[in-house]
Design a protein around this ligand. Structure first.
Ligand code: HEM
Length: 230
């Protein structure tokens, strides 16, 4: 099943939303929240790395990895390589991003893993890692038999989209949680920063939506450049 629209058409909107989301999260964390730092006496600067890496890494680069298969007119082997490398970058940035949230908590004497956001976050990063390792072993190296590959492919697609959408939803929870903390500490509920955070969340959700729309629309014609990912 595919929507009667070319995937590339949706992918342009996806790229624009990705750039907009990256700019918005950087404006928030650098301009409004004081910047990013790995070591600092102001521990909030360590936290700021978390939303930046989770959005630009796991969500945006991860989304580009997903749609690359459907939009690039390259040889199958090249697309496979681009897909797995972009997902590896997304996963590594996601792991570093989660580490910074723990680092911020530990250095600020705040307990870890107390929220729904953090529980879902741990589940998501573990499932993303499992999905990447399974995909690597079955579709890339050493590679499964033709039967295992063709039977795994629909599960790889469905499970991959499921984990990705969970990540997009969890990022929305993360913005909500952080904004609620800030508003409880005095940030104006209708102020410019509150609007900026909510708009960043909306752009994140729209980006995820367009990743899915791109994936379920028409890829390149069935030839050497086809979408038959195995
Ligand atoms: C899919 C993307 C994301 C994942 C997988 C994720 C995962 C996590 C995890 C595992 C923690 C727990 C750290 C600990 O307990 O020490 C955490 C903390 C936190 N994250 Fe995220 N995060 C994501 C995106 C975001 C975004 C975009 C924001 C926006 C600001 C955010 C805000 C927070 C906040 C405020 C905390 C500290 C409070 C808490 O532990 O719930 N997260 N995140």
């Amino acid at each position: 099943m595919a929507l009667g629209v070319k995937a590339v058409a949706f992918s342009y909107v996806t790229h624009v939303l990705g750039i907009a989301g990256a700019v918005l999260v950087l404006v928030w964390c650098v301009h409004f929240r004081g910047g990013l730092a790995w070591e600092a006496s102001n521990k909030s600067l360590i936290f700021n790395i978390h939303p930046v890496l989770m959005l630009i890494g796991l969500i945006i680069i991860g989304g580009e990895a997903i749609i690359s298969y459907k939009t690039l007119s390259l040889r199958k082997e090249v697309k496979k390589l681009i897909h797995l490398v972009l997902h590896a970058v997304a996963l590594i940035l996601g792991i570093i991003g989660i580490y910074t949230a723990f680092k911020y908590h530990n250095e600020s004497n705040i307990v870890n893993l107390y929220s729904l956001h953090s529980w879902l976050g741990i589940g998501i990063i573990i499932l993303y890692g499992i999905q990447w390792i399974y995909g690597f072993l079955i579709f890339f190296y050493p590679g499964g038999t033709t039967t295992i590959r063709s039977e795994s492919l629909p599960w790889h697609v469905v499970f991959g989209l499921f984990v990705y959408l969970l990540a997009v939803g969890n990022a929305a929870l993360g913005y909500l949680e952080k904004l609620t903390f800030l508003e409880n500490s005095g940030l104006a509920k209708y102020g410019s920063e509150a609007f900026l955070v909510n708009f960043t969340a909306i752009v994140t959700v729209l980006f995820g939506t367009f990743v899915v729309l791109t994936v379920i629309s028409q890829g390149p014609a069935e030839n050497d450049y086809s979408y038959s990912a195995i």
